[in-house]
Design a protein around this ligand. Structure first.
Ligand SMILES: [Cu+2]
Length: 256
């Protein structure tokens, strides 16, 4: 994922696209970096040739999938969440992570987390005032009664979906946790772009953003990632964005 100036360190760590599921490249890389001199005496040139050929072949399976999200007027939409599932394959989520969503100056920080299913999120309160945070979203309903510091264990998110976070004391506090079972995901940068190296094949791409008004079906596309051109997709929204939910509170999703 390309760096995005407005993302917090937490977010950047959690939103990096998952690595392609081909562990082969890593294993091949490891074998090759030892060099032929490290191979057993009986290891023939033919076998080495095969190994090199095999690795070159597997490397060719990775190509760039590049997504661009645009507003109806052609301007780019930064901060949109992109999730990418391979066609016809069983769900193969990215490895789970331990994420943190802090509370600073009566705001969640970061205000949007994208995490693989079964990840945990810790919700410390770094303010001097107490917060009582909650989610009524079907994918994860929970509440952490009035607290400061970090008295509670991290919360585990087992189901994919969008979870809206609020605080019972401060109505202006708003954040989202997007839980995905996709192997590849991230957020568009300031130019509305996101890309990842993926094995070639067919993919299903979905877009999400808190202010998008378009229907879900208009936010999904199929794209084929091929050699040598990879796969490119530009998705232009049909409808203008909803107004920013909290005027005057700077958020990663409202500067358009
Ligand atoms: Cu609060």
């Amino acid at each position: 994922m390309r760096p995005h100036a407005r993302q917090s360190a937490h977010f950047s760590q959690q939103s990096r696209p998952a690595q392609a599921g081909c562990g082969l490249a890593k294993r091949c890389g490891g074998a090759l970096t030892r060099g032929p001199e490290a191979l057993p005496a009986g290891f023939s040139r033919a076998v080495l040739g095969l190994l090199v050929g095999f690795c070159a072949g597997s490397a060719a399976f990775a190509a760039t999938l590049a997504i661009t999200v645009q507003l109806p007027n052609g301007h780019s939409l930064a901060g949109a969440v992109v999730t990418v599932h391979p066609d016809g394959a069983p769900a193969h989520p990215a490895p789970s992570v331990a994420a943190v969503m802090d509370q600073v100056d009566r705001a969640f920080a970061p205000d949007l987390l994208v995490i693989p299913v079964n990840s945990t999120v810790e919700f410390p309160n770094s303010d001097s005032v107490s917060h009582q945070i909650y989610s009524f979203s079907p994918a994860k309903r929970f509440q952490l009664p009035l607290y400061r510091g970090k008295p509670y264990a991290p919360v585990r998110f087992e189901q994919p979906g969008v979870i809206t976070m609020g605080c019972n004391i401060h109505d202006e506090m708003l954040a989202y946790v997007l839980v995905t079972d996709a192997p590849f995901f991230g957020r568009t940068d300031a130019t509305g772009s996101w890309s990842a190296e993926v094995p070639r094949g067919g993919y299903h791409v979905s877009i999400w953003h808190p202010r998008i008004r378009d229907e879900a079906k208009d936010l999904e596309r199929n794209v084929t990632v091929d050699e040598p051109n990879g796969g490119n997709l530009t998705l232009r929204l049909l409808k203008t964005l909803k107004p920013a939910p909290l005027e005057g509170r700077p958020h990663s999703w409202d500067s358009y």
